[in-house]
Write a protein that binds this ligand. Structure first.
Ligand code: RB5
Length: 149
């Protein structure tokens, strides 16, 4: 894995408590959590937060990202509009491992209204502990990148 240990975290209002718990969890594991909020429980718009996190990863400021909204779906869609981002929603550990190993995902999205906190931590661990395998998977990821133009 890269020497960059910075993980950007963002969410909308539906996932603030889970995002903050994940930030604490990954900090305890030696990552640098770059939590860009929001902290207010007021209703907000997930595309803003998905784009902001995605730009931190696309620019290289952060190695990886973890984003959350109620379902994980809307914020994932926004993040994937940023060039260079490969983000998947995961509700299980297997998928979180696979999106790193096979798809070279650089952002994990979680639905705070879908999974409980304990499962969310296991999903995060599976994502951060996995490495891209390259090889035939590299060919396919390059094909995704080519679609970006
Ligand atoms: C907000 O109520 C909710 O729509 C949002 O968190 C998310 O689930 C959208 O995909």
């Amino acid at each position: 894995m890269t020497s960059n240990k910075r993980i950007v975290l963002s969410s909308d209002h539906a996932a603030i408590a889970m995002r903050q718990a994940i930030a604490e969890h990954i900090t305890a594991k030696g990552w640098e959590a770059v939590d860009i909020g929001p902290t207010s429980p007021e209703s907000t718009h997930y595309p803003t937060h998905g784009e902001a996190a995605a730009k931190r990863v696309a620019s290289g400021d952060c190695a990886l990202g973890i984003i959350l909204c109620g379902t994980g779906q809307g914020i994932m869609m926004a993040a994937n509009k940023v060039k260079g981002i490969r983000c998947g929603v995961c509700s299980d550990e297997f998928s979180a491992r696979m999106i790193r190993q096979h798809n070279n995902a650089n952002i994990l999205s979680i639905g705070a209204r879908v999974v409980g906190e304990s499962l969310a931590m296991s999903i995060v661990d599976a994502f951060l502990e996995s490495e891209f395998e390259g090889g035939r998977h590299g060919t396919r990821v390059d094909m995704i990148t080519a679609i970006e133009g």
